[in-house]
Every structure is written in C-alpha cells, then in structure tokens.
Design a protein around this ligand. Structure first.
Ligand code: ATR
Length: 278
C-alpha cells in the first residue's frame, strides 16, 4: 500500500494549527496497531461548502469538523443523526455509499467526561447553570436536558443568544443575565462554564462561590489551563470539580470507531500525552 492510500481522516477548521485532535487519533492508531493516519486540514470559510460537496472524491475517509465549520457541515450532509439535528451542528463526518453523513459527539463527550468522574451524574437532576451561549453551550444544554436537569439557566453577556437557546431547546431552558447569577447559585446543583473566560490569554472567570450549596458540582469546558481560575476557586471552596480535557477526548472516540473500526479507550496515558503537549 502506498503512503497516499493509507486510510486517512482529518480535522477541518480555520485556523486549525492548534488542534490537538491528531495527537489523540494518532495515539489510538498506534495503540491499536491500525494502519491509518489523521491530519489537520485547513479549509477557509468561503471554501467549506465546495470542499464538503466534493468530500467523497477527496483524500479523506472521514473528518472531524471544528470552529467555524460545524453549522456549514450540518447544512452540507445528506443525513444527520438525531443529536446533530437537535444542535444544528455537525462535528463528525463519514461516508456511506458515497453520501456524506454527519453526527455530533460534543454532547456525548461532555456527558462521558462527567460520567467518568462523578458517580450517578445527573441522577438527581436539579437546577443547572450554563455560562455562555455559543456553539459549545449548545451541546452542553442539549446534554443536560437529556439528563433531566431543570431548570437549565443559560447565562450570557448578550441576552439574545441566551434567548436563542430557549427558542431552540424549549423548557427546561431559561435565559438569564450575569446579574442573576448570585441568586441562581443558591439553588444550583451544577455550574458549567462554556465561555472563553479563564482560557489561557483570556480574562479569568470570577464568581463568588460562597453562597452555593456544598454539593454543587463545577465543570469547565476550557482545558488549557487544566485548572481554570473557576475550577481553582471551586476546589478552594471545597466543591467537586471536573476539568474539560475529558470532553475533548471522549468526543473524539465515536469518529475513530466509525473510521477505523475500533472503539478506543480514553485513558490516563492519553490525558498525559495531551497535557505534555500543552
Ligand atoms: P464557542 O463556539 O466556543 O462556544 P463562541 O460562539 O464564540 O464560542 O461563544 C463564546 C461564549 O463566551 C459566548 O457565550 C460569549 O458571550 P457573548 O455571546 O455575549 O459574546 C462568551 N464570552 C466571551 N468573552 C466574554 C467576556 N469577556 N465576558 C462574558 N462572556 C464572554
């Protein structure tokens, strides 16, 4: 088999050079002894439609889709699964009889990460607070709705984006402002940050966690740094926390299985590999 014929999947984005997905998939390819490859592939926003319409004739057997192409990928697929349809966004692509099929594994990745660290995650439901109303929030809100959290308060700087989440998902989603947060925190069982606050190079997320219940769980989808200022404040307050790295790892697994035929494991070794690259 020539090098160019090795089954190859890609991550499509713009920009794409910081994506850690190749590290994850190449680790699994090596671990399971599979002849294959996974590469970064930059596609400009004005080219994504044409690129995806010609996907079946291109070099890749499948792809992950990242910012800013997830909605364009949803528009381009011949068929989308139920989660992708609920989110209006696709992050995983493959071919069936020449047709481009799309799925969204972000919600599953979010839940799998929490399930790995929190016994009976979501068993009691209860009020949840989601900070942010961008693409990542969409997946988190869908995930929490499927686990029975209610209400799911969506807090956003621009309220119209929070209200768009209410329109998309209906009850139990409730739009809220940052001014509402201190009051909402008194009853919340879960706090999730989906904003870019706390990410390396961004301002920290500063919230007073004193009024919260001792059993509230705090998670951040930001994973660089691994312990964000929010997670550190939660730990100091004595709350249970889960970092965001596992969501990145778990959302990758279904695509790998689809393209290469093995359900890969998310291990501590893989976590260490990603962390040593940061
Ligand atoms: P993603 O697709 O990764 O979720 P996004 O769509 O750019 O990214 O969303 C980023 C989120 O972080 C938004 O909820 C954004 O709030 P706005 O919709 O009001 O822009 C939030 N965000 C980013 N910087 C922020 C800041 N300085 N203060 C408050 N929220 C911020």
């Amino acid at each position: 088999m020539s090098a160019s014929k090795i089954p190859t999947a890609a991550v499509l984005g713009w920009p794409i050079k910081h994506s850690r997905s190749p590290l994850i998939h190449r680790h699994w390819l090596t671990r399971y002894g599979i002849e294959g490859d996974y590469v970064r592939h930059a596609v400009a926003p004005e080219e994504i439609g044409e690129f995806l319409s010609g996907f079946a004739g291109g070099p890749f057997i499948g792809a992950n889709v990242t910012v800013p192409h997830k909605e364009a990928a949803f528009a381009a697929v011949a068929k989308a699964d139920a989660v992708a349809t609920a989110l209006g966004a696709v992050n995983t692509l493959w071919l069936e009889k020449g047709d481009l099929i799309g799925s969204n594994t972000d919600a599953l990745g979010f839940l799998a990460n929490l399930d790995q660290y929190v016994p009976d995650f979501g068993a009691g439901g209860g009020p949840a607070i989601v900070l942010g109303a961008g693409g990542a929030a969409r997946a988190v809100i869908h995930a929490l709705k499927t686990r029975g959290f209610a209400p799911v308060y969506v807090v956003n700087r621009s309220l119209d984006r929070a209200e768009a989440m209410v329109t998309r998902f209906g009850p139990p989603v409730v739009a809220a402002t940052w001014q509402d947060v201190p009051g909402l925190l008194k009853e919340a069982t879960l706090l999730v940050n989906t904003t870019s606050l706390g990410m390396e190079g961004q301002p920290p997320l500063e919230i007073d966690l004193e009024p919260v219940q001792d059993t509230m769980l705090v998670t951040d989808i930001v994973y660089a740094p691994l312990e964000t200022p929010l997670l550190k404040a939660a730990r100091v307050r004595g709350l249970a926390t889960v970092d965001g790295l596992g969501m990145l790892l778990h959302q990758a697994a279904p695509g790998f299985e689809r393209w290469f035929g093995v359900r890969p494991e998310v291990t501590d070794e893989l976590r260490r590999i990603i962390l040593s690259d940061m």
